[in-house]
Design a binder for this molecule. Structure first.
Ligand SMILES: CC(=O)N[C@H](C=O)[C@@H](O)[C@H](O)[C@H](O)CO
Ligand SMILES: CC(=O)C(=O)O
Length: 292
């Protein structure tokens, strides 16, 4: 049985005014490699607040992460954008840098038809020699692809898998069995164990920036057939994720990181800057789940 893959969704550090902080980004990457020992990073996704960045900022983030990782781990550049020209430009930029994989969110906001979505993916990949994971997150995009639609997208051989951020386990079972050779990575950290039960290849998530060691232990327990242990670990993780969400997850991820010795700076507005109550909540999360 091959080992499950653990990817952190890379955060982007900002200063108080919303400018990207490259030193903070480097420190986060180092922590993910040296302490979390992740297999890879998902760069410029939701957790990276990338849908609030301009093209040049996205390029700077991709370059800084690539540079700091220095070939030590796998890297996935999320290039999807409602501006297809930007998506293409980023796909070329990340590929030229050396990113071994791309990903693109399904185009959102306008109710695009499936034909339009298919054109979008094929267009992004047309001029680049790279592989791509479909980023499926229906709760935020409103786009829920079916098994048949995934099959049509997979007709493009450059499309190698799915980042599956969806609570629909019926669909996950259908998709996993329809495409045994595709890379399927689970995107809801709080639903990892049921996704493992359906034989996903691993996971990508925001909370792994903090919680990767516990999650590695859970996946190893699962691989070893120790489901009770995996369930206990998922239970602790889910208490932690429930507390993170109640405290406002994006700024709180960064606040807890700071307790771990990594200054990840601020989130970007319109996300919220921390209040004293949020700071106290983050300290409590750190002490309860991470201080040893
Ligand atoms: C929108 C978003 O951030 N999704 C992440 C990955 O897809 C997850 O890692 C969640 O943050 C996490 O599962 C908490 O709900
Ligand atoms: C996995 C996730 O949270 C992201 O899109 O960044």
């Amino acid at each position: 049985m091959s080992k499950k893959l653990l990817y952190a969704a890379q955060m982007t550090a900002f200063d108080k005014d919303g400018n990207i902080n490259l030193d903070g980004i480097r420190a986060l990457v180092r922590y993910n490699i040296d302490v979390n020992k992740v297999d890879g990073l998902y760069v410029c996704g939701s957790t990276g607040e990338a849908f609030m960045l301009n093209t040049d900022e996205k390029k700077q983030v991709m370059k800084t992460v690539y540079d700091e990782a220095n070939g030590a781990i796998d890297l996935v550049a999320q290039v999807g954008s409602l501006n297809l020209k930007e998506a293409k430009e980023l796909a070329k930029f990340a590929t030229d840098l050396g990113y071994p994989k791309l990903s693109a969110v399904t185009p959102f906001y306008y109710n695009f038809t499936f034909e339009q979505i298919k054109d979008y993916y094929n267009e992004i990949l047309k001029d680049v020699d790279n592989k791509l994971l479909i980023y499926s997150i229906p709760a935020l995009t409103g786009v829920a692809l079916t098994t048949d639609q995934f099959a049509e997208l997979f007709e493009n051989p450059k499309i190698i898998g799915i980042k599956y951020t969806n609570a629909d386990f019926y669909l996950l079972e259908r998709v996993r069995n329809a495409f045994p050779d595709k890379l399927i990575l689970s995107g809801f950290d709080e639903m990892l164990l049921p996704a493992l039960a359906l034989n996903v290849d691993g996971c990508i998530g925001s909370t792994y920036n903090l919680n990767a060691p516990r999650v590695r232990e859970e996946m190893d327990a699962f691989d070893a057939g120790d489901i009770d242990k995996a369930r206990q670990l998922q239970n602790i993780s889910n208490d932690m994720i429930t507390d993170l969400i109640a405290n406002d997850i994006y700024p709180t991820l960064k606040l807890v990181m700071k307790h771990m010795g990594v200054d990840a700076g601020y989130v970007k507005k319109p996300m919220s800057h921390p209040t004293p109550e949020m700071e106290a909540g983050a300290k409590a999360i750190y002490e309860k789940y991470f201080k040893n």
